[in-house]
Write a protein that binds this ligand. Structure first.
Ligand code: ZN
Length: 151
């Protein structure tokens, strides 16, 4: 669909790629650089909505902004979009780039720890009987006459 970017833009539609992404890029580009000028996804939505009318039926919200910024970063359409807890901004210093990269990597490591923990819980869970009648299926219990109120 999106020539040359098939692998990295699966989260945005063609309309977002061709139109909305450029609007978000222009807004970030014209703001002063540096972490003190960060703008949150919701602030960005409100600001853009006050300046632009998108096509009928297009729902522009903070979730779409995050996907679009992700695509701007992946394609390098606007280089050096940094972020911290108070929003997005274009880097003014290399330290801001380093902080953003480190914070993204920390988040990934944390997510991996959570996934590992959940995987472990899953493996422990299915090895135990889940129903009073000793049936091991997770999907059996709600329908078992022996277990009307227990879980
Ligand atoms: Zn049962």
């Amino acid at each position: 669909m999106l020539t040359n970017f098939e692998d990295i833009t699966t989260d945005v539609t063609e309309y977002e790629f061709n139109v909305v992404m450029q609007v978000v890029r222009e807004l970030l580009e014209r703001r002063p650089k540096g972490k003190h000028n960060a703008i949150t996804a919701s602030q960005l939505v409100r600001k853009i909505q006050s300046e632009h009318v998108f096509r009928d039926g297009y729902k522009f919200d903070a979730i779409r902004v995050r996907k679009i910024i992700s695509t701007l970063r992946l394609t390098g359409t606007l280089p050096c979009i940094c972020s911290h807890s108070r929003g997005y901004y274009v880097a003014k210093t290399i330290d801001e780039m380093n902080d953003t990269v480190e914070s993204l990597r920390q988040r990934i490591r944390q997510q991996i720890r959570v996934a590992d923990a959940m995987e472990k819980q899953r493996d422990e869970w299915i090895d135990e009987p889940v129903c009073k009648c000793n049936t091991k299926s997770l999907f059996h219990q709600p329908f078992c006459p022996m277990n009307q109120n227990v879980w």
